[in-house]
Ligand binder design. Structure first.
Ligand SMILES: Nc1nc2c(ncn2[C@@H]2O[C@H](COP(=O)(O)OP(=O)(O)OP(=O)(O)O)[C@@H](O)[C@H]2O)c(=O)[nH]1
Ligand SMILES: [Mg+2]
Length: 265
């Protein structure tokens, strides 16, 4: 059995763009739910003044930190900056958490508990016990369709690869090639899970309750959906063609001569 070291200090990263109506309440709930954790808000110079609110929170609470970024560059870029900030400072666990109230801070302890025996934990809407509240049918169809698309191309054993409430051991992030991540929108989450799995890490899903945002606007767009579909299909083509190549090699006996492991195809 793999030995998992103790978790170490936890950093919850919250990317924000125009979340002035949500940020204070979500950081307050997080501080209550997991008082020992630190919070890093990665704000892309939100025009609605989210950054100023966070400055006030930072001044009042040494557990809260902020990264003021130049401008809107997508959730993926904000998370990458947050990961690097946290890894440089020696945090043992890095958590992804939305500002909009969709993720419940009170469920973070469940993710951290599961991380004691895993490398990455995904909060999942689509495993048994998971649920969505107030989501229009169209969003549910899009999410389930996106996950089906992902499983079809990548063959990964995850029900909710697109979910954004995730916890990583620092070692997992260090070992999965973060420097090559180029995804900006939704598929950033798939990208991370796919990289973790490809590099041999144990990824587990825990059921979460996902609640549609009450305040502020969603940043979901057609471009984000298209990016996710195209990138996932490209990774899938690479992965599936590798599978076919290996299969043919083994069939023709070249695999054995080249020392490939026996096929389970
Ligand atoms: N820093 C930064 N944060 C972003 C950006 N885009 C989205 N976010 C934040 O990322 C989190 C998730 O974004 P949402 O707009 O809720 O998008 P979503 O959760 O994918 O979509 P919905 O399900 O419709 O809410 C929120 O905290 C946003 O404020 C961005 O370009 N930069
Ligand atoms: Mg959201």
């Amino acid at each position: 059995m793999t030995h998992y070291p103790p978790l170490g200090k936890v950093l919850v990263i919250i990317p924000t763009y125009n979340e002035s109506q949500n940020i204070e309440s979500i950081t307050g709930r997080l501080r209550k739910a997991v008082p020992e954790a630190d919070i890093l808000v990665a704000d892309d110079n939100s025009p609605d003044g989210t950054g100023d609110i966070v400055d006030r929170l930072v001044a009042a609470d040494s557990h809260i930190h902020v990264l003021h970024r130049r401008g809107k560059e997508g959730l993926g870029a904000a998370y990458l900056a947050g990961f690097h900030w946290g890894l440089d400072k020696g945090y043992g666990v890095l958590v992804e958490h939305d500002a909009d109230g969709s993720h419940q801070p009170e469920q973070l302890p469940l993710l951290l508990e599961a991380l004691k025996t895993a490398d990455m934990v995904k909060g999942s809407r689509w495993v048994k016990g998971g649920k969505v509240v107030n989501w229009p049918k169209s969003r549910e169809v899009l999410s389930k369709g996106g996950n089906l698309w992902t499983r079809m191309w990548l063959g990964i054993p995850l029900k909710d690869a697109t979910g954004g409430f995730n916890a990583f051991r620092a070692e997992t992030l260090k070992g999965m090639g973060l420097d090559e991540v180029a995804s900006a929108g939704y598929c950033f989450q798939v990208d991370l899970a796919w990289r973790a799995l490809k590099t041999g890490h144990k990824v587990v899903e825990v059921p979460i309750e996902f609640v549609e945002r009450e305040f502020g606007d969603s940043k979901m767009s057609n471009n984000i959906v298209i990016e996710a579909m195209i990138r996932t299909a490209l990774w899938g083509v690479e992965y599936r063609s590798g599978q076919v190549k290996n299969f043919v090699r083994r069939l023709t006996g070249r695999g054995e001569r080249e020392g490939l492991p026996p096929t389970d195809a």
